[in-house]
Design a protein around this ligand. Structure first.
Ligand code: PEP
Ligand code: MN
Length: 473
């Protein structure tokens, strides 16, 4: 075992611990053969990229950058299309441009994308008509169709290939001009319906075009890293870093994607120790339902080099939070842990100050991220799961204030949003309110999420302007 790998840890040591949200496969041999195949497939991301993300998260912890963690609640295999991937990336780029421009702070982008398939559920089964069927657990486990709910290991293999296709397209978008600051109008603008929002975004784009003209005129446009192009290679405009993430829920899959590789080291004359990397995504998080201190999910993530997110909700006691930090980051390494808080607008004041105090006292470096979505889910009168824009903003604004009251700082946001639109150019209608004032009777118009409700294009840009104004002040 290497110095960087904690004692008693192996890629499979999680299997001897209680596995919350376990999926029972009817044919274990079939599962094993699929996992063996996945284990031979090439990594989706590299150890060098993972180390770069750790580095950039350490910069977020030093208040030198802001983290945007965003994407779907759950991806579906059907959504793996050119249009839908480009719409997601376009929205993430637009959102981060608003922040960079308004708050003059570099934005680190981590998508919930290229592997975010599995979902934890509050119950194993659900009633459909008079039938009791297994719950849908995500496209990498079973089907949404009630007749297709038996977990099928082949879906894990399919998840690998859909992740690979998604990531391949993201990488090409990032290197072929789509992400270029010279083309922000291509990202989302043609589908923004609100004229006020369009004007606000247009004014940024115009200001940016002027700034770029000016840099070109004085000859500083390339060769130097700007705030937007951090760490993205030579600093050429148009090449930006983009990282992927998903919930580390299906540990069989995560284990199969875990590979040993030499740790970074500058001294070429010294042999480098090995570490373990999860090569299915740059960033992995453990959900609110699977973060038990003695459980399998924490056991798995404590041994990998990837930066780790831990969801923190009202049920987490402060002492347990510090024990979790000890377990996953005993050496207190910067950039290693991100705490994604999700209490609910009405509960945040009761819990966040205590959590901040406990973490500060423990001396653990963390990135504090607000997820204002997961504590604020409600059911509409018509029975749809929704979230109110006002409540989401309320949790986010409280989070920013509580951090400054406690001498801490919010380092990022974690959002469920989608830039997707239909053939007529209309965005989804899953969350209430926002500048488009979406009302309850409009929810059913274009409710496409098969999991949690997402902010649409306009609502997401509303949030971006709000956050950017907060950090400007
Ligand atoms: C999620 O991020 O989609 C999720 C299920 O969150 P949580 O674990 O915080 O409920
Ligand atoms: Mn969700």
């Amino acid at each position: 075992m290497t110095a960087s790998t904690p004692s008693q840890w192996t890629p499979s040591s999680w299997a001897s611990k209680p596995v919350a949200q376990r999926v029972e496969y009817p044919d274990q041999q079939h599962l094993n053969s699929v996992l063996a195949k996945i284990n031979t497939l090439p990594p989706l991301v590299t150890p060098a990229e993972i180390e770069r993300l750790r580095h950039q998260l350490a910069a977020v912890q030093r208040n030198e950058a802001f983290l945007l963690h965003a994407g779907d609640c759950a991806e579906s295999f059907d959504a793996c299309t050119q249009e839908r991937i480009a719409a997601k990336i376009g929205l993430i780029l637009s959102f981060s441009l608003i922040l960079v421009w308004g708050a003059r702070i570099p934005v680190l982008r981590v998508g919930r994308i290229a592997g975010q398939y599995a979902k934890p559920r509050s119950s194993q089964t659900e009633k459909i008509g008079d039938r009791l069927v297994l719950n849908f657990r995500g496209d990498n486990v079973n089907g949404l169709d009630p007749n297709d709910r038996t977990p099928d290991p082949e879906r894990l293999l399919s998840a690998y290939f859909h992740s690979a296709a998604t990531l391949n397209y993201i990488r090409s978008l990032m290197t072929s001009g789509f992400a270029s600051l010279h083309h922000p109008r291509d990202w989302s603008l043609s589908h923004v319906r609100s004229s006020t929002l369009r004007r606000k975004f247009e004014s940024i784009v115009d200001g940016l075009a002027d700034a770029l003209d000016f840099s070109r005129a004085i000859g500083t446009e390339s060769g130097k890293e700007g705030p937007y192009e951090r760490g993205g290679g030579p600093g050429v405009l148009g090449q930006v870093d983009f990282f992927t993430s998903h919930e580390a829920l299906m540990l069989d899959y995560e284990q199969a994607m875990t590979r040993k590789a030499p740790l970074p080291g500058d001294d070429a004359s010294k042999p480098r120790a090995d570490g373990f990397y999860n090569t299915s995504a740059h960033f992995l998080w453990v959900g609110d339902r699977t973060r038990q201190l003695d459980g399998a999910h924490i056991e798995y993530v404590r041994g990998i080099r990837n930066p780790i997110g831990i969801k923190v909700g009202p049920s987490l006691a402060s002492e347990e939070l510090t024990k979790l930090l000890e377990a996953v980051n005993p050496d207190k390494e910067p950039g290693r842990v991100t705490l994604i808080t999700r209490y609910g607008a009405a509960k945040i004041r009761d819990h966040l100050p205590g959590h901040i105090q406990a973490v500060t006292q423990s001396g653990h470096p963390v990135t504090w991220v607000s997820d204002p979505m997961h504590g604020n889910t409600v059911t509409s009168a018509s029975g749809l799961k929704t979230r109110n824009f006002g409540t989401i903003i309320s949790e986010l604004v409280s989070c920013i204030s509580i951090h400054s009251e406690c001498g801490s700082r919010l380092g990022g946001v974690s959002l469920e949003f989608t830039g997707e639109f239909n053939e007529e150019g209309f965005s989804v209608t899953e969350c209430l309110g926002g500048s488009m004032e979406l009302s309850e009777d409009q929810l059913e118009l274009r409710y496409h999420s098969f999991c949690d409700p997402r902010l649409n294009l306009e609502q997401s840009l509303d949030v971006a302007f709000l956050v950017s104004n907060y950090f400007k002040e």
